[in-house]
Ligand binder design. Structure first.
Ligand SMILES: [Zn+2]
Ligand SMILES: [Zn+2]
Ligand SMILES: [Zn+2]
Length: 322
């Protein structure tokens, strides 16, 4: 099989914000929450033979409809980076359309193998009980590892690709979603490896992932090593510089921290996603910027910092060969 990664969305949680005058909220084009598809095609006939979706927030189903021809539509795996609604909200739409698709094709609907960590499983069982039992065949990581741990690879059951979850700190999701009281690390990044390429999906993540900059244990050092030298680093970049609003950590990376993480991870291409800029505040860098503006400002800052590789903002439907 040949593999590629396709971008389904790169928006922050609220996409266009109701009542906001900024240029980002006033644009016309299709927007969707941050999500990607890993697509395997048959080497002989080029047909889509495998599809693994990472996160299913708002607008993602529309992106899938736009990218896949109806005959190529399928879903073999669903991975959840964490439980936040902007990564789960279209679960019902996705599951129900897949069930209808099976019915229209006169085939049996097979529940979708779905990987997630404990906290995410708790959230889905509580808030998406119908979808959990009707649409998914869950694979729960069954651990409460702190950030910087390599988890068991997702049991994809196919050759030529390996997906390894690595735990990350994402402040606003690192809590038991049943009680919102006790700490429960719930977020994962993913390291995708094929015979020739490595891609990292590092969303959503915050500025407390010290293990990336200064690993303290062998396990953290191994996790960082696994992420070094990727062909593509897709990374959370919610803000230009502000990472605290009214005394609270936003739970996301600013471009400032993206630069720090990239300086030790040495990716060939850095691709910023989950952008908002609203947190930076009106009149400041990042606020209301279009994706083009984000890209040109990021490029300038990348060069002036002497960072290696390129930095870009991907587009919905853009393909990255793996
Ligand atoms: Zn998010
Ligand atoms: Zn806005
Ligand atoms: Zn999140």
């Amino acid at each position: 099989m040949d593999f590629r990664l396709v971008i389904n969305g790169l928006g922050h949680a609220f996409l266009k914000e109701f009542g906001c005058f900024c240029a980002r909220c006033q644009r016309d084009e299709h927007v969707a929450n941050t999500s990607a598809s890993i697509v395997g095609t048959d080497k002989k006939n080029g047909e889509v033979a495998w599809h693994c979706l990472v996160d299913t927030g708002l607008g993602v189903t529309r992106s899938l409809c736009d990218y896949f021809s109806p005959a190529d539509a399928r879903l073999d795996w669903l991975l959840f980076s964490h439980w936040h609604p902007d990564h789960t909200l279209e679960l019902n739409r996705l599951g129900e359309t897949l069930r209808r698709m099976a019915r229209n094709r006169n085939t049996k609907f097979i529940r979708i193998p779905a990987w997630c960590r404990n906290g995410t499983a708790r959230w889905l069982q509580k808030n998406y009980s119908y979808e959990w039992y009707r649409h998914l065949r869950p694979y729960i990581s069954e651990e409460v590892s702190s950030p910087g741990a390599i988890l068991e690879a997702v049991p994809l059951g196919i050759e030529g690709i390996k997906i390894t979850p690595v735990t990350v700190s994402h402040y606003t999701a690192d809590i038991d979603p049943l009680t919102f009281k006790n700490k429960l690390y719930s977020s994962a990044s993913f390291v995708i490896e094929t015979e020739s390429k490595k891609a990292i999906l590092l969303w959503d993540a915050d500025n407390m992932n010290e293990w990336i900059l200064r690993p303290e244990t062998d396990e953290q050092a191994h996790a960082r090593d696994l992420m070094i030298g990727a062909d593509y680093l897709f990374i959370d970049c919610l803000e230009w510089s502000v990472e605290e609003v009214q005394g609270f950590n936003t739970g996301h990376l600013s471009f400032y921290t993206v630069k720090k993480y990239a300086s030790v991870l040495h990716p060939h291409q850095t691709l910023i996603v989950h952008m908002s800029g609203h947190e930076d505040g009106e009149g400041n860098c990042g606020y209301g910027w279009s994706d083009d503006r984000w890209e040109s400002e990021a490029e300038k800052a990348w060069k002036s910092s002497g960072l290696e590789g390129s930095i870009r903002v991907p587009t919905i439907g853009e393909e990255f060969f793996l």
